[in-house]
Design a protein around this ligand. Sequence first.
Ligand SMILES: [Zn+2]
Length: 187
Amino acid sequence: MIAAEFGSTPWGRAWVRSVAAIAASGPNALLPRARTLARNHAVELTTEPGRIEARVSAADAVQPVHIDVPLWSPQTQAQVRRLLEKSLAEHPVLIAGDLSDSFEADLRQEGIPVAAGLDELRAECACRSRKRPCVHILATLYALAQQIDERPALAVGLRGGATDPVAPPLPGWIALTALDPVAFYGD
Ligand SMILES: [Zn+2]
């Protein structure tokens, strides 16, 4: 079986489904264009908890894109951490940044969404298109799904969840979930 280009893991697939939901009411011509941009490495992407920053090169212009992603609540983050520890005990991952498919299934079973819906995102792009989300925002989300497929821990970190350290906590280590979530929002 050939791995899906976008969403080859359940982690990336969750985000691909969120993006594809835009086509539920009818075909959206921007989706194939957005996939082409992501496929051709037109998207430079960085992420931090609750935020995606991208520069999308399209039609001889570079568009900066910012997307705010809602963090899980502190309670959910703590629940994710507990599920992660249980999952790692049963299915240790050998590669940094990897998470098992079964852990994603655990989250789904608990009703914890890995991806946010498009309507939950606050996305900005500098382009002049009146259509929102524009092709640059959609391309950013496809590129995100690709990065998450390569490094599933990114999906958890983006929602504010802690995935490190996978080894037993060091003395003095502070769980990310113990930090004041307000600090993540900045400003
Ligand atoms: Zn745009």
